[in-house]
Design a protein around this ligand. Structure first.
Ligand code: DX5
Ligand code: ZN
Length: 217
């Protein structure tokens, strides 16, 4: 699966920017609150408008404090997947249950230096694990390869039937890095600058998908 990130799109024309990547599996929407990360992007009203503007399932990545309070409304609004950060809450299970009860898939995200071991036990409460391969906050950063160890660990558990989970990666994914991520067992690739900083984002999504699929087959 390829999930273009609209962080690198033109925020004044989001409906058009979504249309340019119509064949994508998910549309990745980065919500930042200028507290959990040192950047500010968009929030619920923009997501509600996007939901009306596109049929692509929205993958909302909440880089925010207090997800217990702010995450469920994204699910209620109709987001397909709502992912929050493990580092932002003491009770990830409660947040995941609230997101699922509100009708969305629940995702857990970990920053590059956050180990996965303390969370393995609770991953059965989630539908998605989002492994960050850059420090969250900005697009266009370089891929941090050591996070792939976490992807391999979780992929083994999924393949062994111990977990049912989409393993997603976010940050620095492009034509040079997508194959090593696919080899580590990633199912879903977020790509912002690599998609939207090209003349034909839709064609770039197809190219990335073919590259990843060639590794898997
Ligand atoms: C960064 C965001 C990413 C960002 C990725 O904090 O979570 O989704 O858009 O951008 P690229 O693909 O350019 O690294
Ligand atoms: Zn993201």
């Amino acid at each position: 699966m390829i999930a273009p990130s609209i962080l690198s799109a033109d925020f004044a024309h989001l409906a058009d920017e979504a249309r340019r990547v119509e064949g994508s599996d998910w549309l990745h929407v980065d919500v930042m609150d200028a507290h959990f990360v040192p950047n500010l992007t968009l929030g619920l009203p923009v997501v509600e408008s996007l939901l009306k503007a596109t049929d692509i399932p929205l993958d909302c990545h909440l880089m925010i404090e207090d997800p217990g309070r702010w995450a469920p409304p994204y699910a209620e609004a109709g987001a397909h997947n709502v992912t929050f950060h493990a580092e932002a809450t003491d009770d990830p299970i409660a947040v995941a249950r609230d997101i699922r009860a509100a009708g969305a898939k629940a995702g857990l995200s970990v920053k590059p230096n956050t180990p996965i071991e303390p969370y393995l036990e609770i991953l059965r409460e989630f539908d998605t694990l989002l492994v960050m391969s850059v420090e969250p906050g900005f697009g266009g950063q370089s891929f941090i390869a050591h996070v792939l160890d976490k992807a391999r660990t979780v992929r083994r558990l999924v393949d062994a039937g111990e977990l049912r989970l989409i393993v997603e990666i976010d940050g620095g994914i492009n034509a040079d890095t997508i194959e090593q991520a696919a080899e580590a067992g990633i199912d879903c690739f977020v790509a912002g600058s690599a998609v939207y900083n090209t003349a034909d984002p839709g064609a770039t999504v197809e190219k990335l998908r073919r590259q990843a699929a060639a590794v898997w087959h």
